[in-house]
Unconditional design. Structure first.
Length: 151
């Protein structure tokens, strides 16, 4: 019999022996230089996403900068941070579907350059609806969508 698939909230709660801070080595030094990199816990990413107030946004790189600083590292792993942001978003939608009123405002977390994330629940359309409801203006550039930032 196949193992039961984990819920998004179970994935969010699984720390996987993280966080881990280690030296930047090998091929990684080409991009990140020297120093240390933190691999955060899924809940660390979720906690940073929860702090973004209504009407504001944050980019995944701003979250990475905060987590690196919090853990005394030079950089935060971009791959796991992005994956954990998606897990947090899906866990929030899972909780909302079960009646939770206060969930992580995942739609306020954007990709680099204030781009909407098609991997979030409901894709671009859902994220765009939620951002517009908070007063943000969404612009399309080619096939991609962005929050237009006030000057």
């Amino acid at each position: 019999m196949a193992a039961k698939k984990k819920t998004w909230r179970e994935k969010l709660a699984d720390d996987k022996n993280l966080p881990k801070v280690g030296p930047i080595e090998g091929k990684m030094t080409t991009r990140w230089g020297t120093g240390t990199m933190v691999i955060p816990r899924p809940r660390d990413v979720d906690a940073a996403m929860k702090k973004v107030p209504k009407g504001k946004t944050i980019t995944i790189n701003e979250i990475r900068d905060k987590l690196a600083k919090d853990h005394g590292a030079n950089v935060c792993c971009p791959m796991t941070t992005g994956i954990f942001a998606c897990i947090a978003a899906h866990a929030a939608e899972e909780a909302a579907a079960e009646g939770a009123k206060r969930v992580t405002p995942w739609w306020r977390t954007l990709k680099t350059g204030n781009e909407l994330n098609p991997k979030y629940p409901g894709g671009i359309r859902r994220q765009s609806e939620l951002l517009k409801a908070e007063g943000h203006r969404i612009v399309r550039r080619g096939k991609r969508y962005f929050v237009e930032q006030a000057a």
